[in-house]
Every structure is written in C-alpha cells, then in structure tokens.
Write a protein that binds this ligand. Structure first.
Ligand SMILES: [Zn+2]
Length: 242
C-alpha cells in the first residue's frame, strides 16, 4: 500500500485531498468543522466522496478511516459512474485496443460477433447492453483461461483453481481457500495488463499482504509490473465503465 497526499484548499475548512489505497487513488472533499465530534463519509450530490471531520482531527486518523471504508466507497462511486452510450458506432475497449459497435436492430436477435475491429450486434431493441456484456464475459472466460495457462507454463507451475469475478473494486483476488478471482473486465486491457494481474495473484500464494517482500515476489514473476500497474491505474476507470 502506497499513499501520497496532496491537498488543495477549496475554502476555509474545506479542501480537496487524495489518498492512495491499494494502488487506487481516492480523491475526496474534506470538510472540517469545529461543531463536529465524529467522522463521516458519503458521496455528495456532485457524485464526489466527502469526509466530514472535527476541526483539529489528525490527518492520520482520517486516512485510517478512509482506508477502512475504501471498498464501500469504491462500490458507491462505481454505481454512479456513467457508462458508454449504448448505440451504433460507439468505441469500446477490448484487449488493449478499441472495437467499434455496429448495431443492426433485429427482432428477437441476440447475436454478437467480432469481425476484425467491428463488433457486429444483431440484437433486439433494448437488449444491446446485456448482449454486449454477455459477449465480453464469454471472451474473458476464454482469454483469461488462455493467459492463465500461458503464464503458469512460463513459470513452470500448475494452473490454480480460478474463476471470473464481477467485482467493481478490484482486478483480482485470492481467497483464503486459494481460489484466484479475475475480473472479467480485464479482457478490455492488453495481454500484458492481464498477465501482470495474474502474476500479482500468483504472488499472493506466497505473501498475502502488499509488503515490500510481496512486491519483490511480483517482480520475480513479472519484472515490468510497475508499468502495468500504472497502466491499469490510468485506464482502470475506462475499463470499469461497464
Ligand atoms: Zn494484491
């Protein structure tokens, strides 16, 4: 876990602050007031995370509070995120590049197929989003299985039990029982980004935390991990649009 703080004063008692939690930056509005006795966190009317805090509370306590509620907050923010406009011609991320949706409204149609860079959808009115997401998930199942096999073969280790996840807050995770979960939305990223996330989860078999020792483990499995982490950080919001 790395964190860096930058604060911009909006007006007296209010500032924009940010905190990095497990590789993801949380930007929030911090409102301090001498009338307050406790901390609160919410998503305000503008769709921004807002922390209300007592006037002189130490920043370290506010940071700890935010870390504790980071998963909840990400879920709240993700729910408000605006997705792509589901219509003919829209560009969608896929395997590190972009594909263009081509929609032919057809009564009872459910067919979605990739033809070069065109995603040809012969889909009934009102069913486009569901059909495209279904297509992405089936692509993810095949593609992530392929990358998992490839990475494990390269590292000369058995393929672990794994499953697709639909999380809005993380790319991958490793359960206490040793089951790897990979977010189907990773199929929007490049093969390198996918391989990094796989290696990240494989490294968790040896270290469950995100300590320096853990990152050395990741580096041994995927030397260029920092570039991919950065890329996921920059592209993440786009991959999470739907
Ligand atoms: Zn991790």
């Amino acid at each position: 876990m790395i964190f860096r703080r930058r604060a911009t004063v909006v007006r007296r008692g209010q500032c924009l602050a940010d905190l990095e939690v497990e590789g993801e930056r949380i930007v929030y509005l911090l409102k301090r007031s001498s009338a307050r006795r406790s901390l609160s966190l919410r998503v305000n009317a503008e769709g921004m995370a807002q922390v209300n805090a007592p006037w002189s509370m130490a920043q370290t306590r506010i940071d700890a509070f935010l870390r504790q509620h980071a998963a909840w907050l990400r879920g709240q923010l993700a729910r408000r995120r605006v997705g792509p406009v589901w219509q003919d011609g829209v560009l969608l991320p896929f395997l590190g590049g972009e594909i263009q949706l081509e929609w032919h409204p057809i009564l009872h149609g459910k067919s979605v197929a990739l033809d070069g860079r065109r995603l040809v959808c012969e889909v009934a009115e009102g069913g486009l989003e569901t059909a495209v997401i279904h297509w992405y998930r089936s692509q993810a199942a095949a593609c992530l299985a392929d990358r998992m096999a490839h990475v494990c073969a390269r590292l000369d280790r058995p393929v672990p039990v794994w499953r697709l996840s639909n999380a809005y807050t993380r790319w991958g995770s490793l359960s206490a029982k040793g089951v790897v979960s990979l977010n189907w939305r990773l199929v929007k990223g490049s093969v390198e980004e996918i391989d990094y996330v796989i290696c990240h989860e494989l490294a968790h078999f040896r270290r469950r935390d995100h300590s320096a020792a853990f990152w050395r483990e990741v580096a041994a499995l995927y030397p260029d991990y920092q570039t991919m982490r950065q890329r996921l950080r920059l592209q993440g919001a786009r991959y999470l649009e739907f």
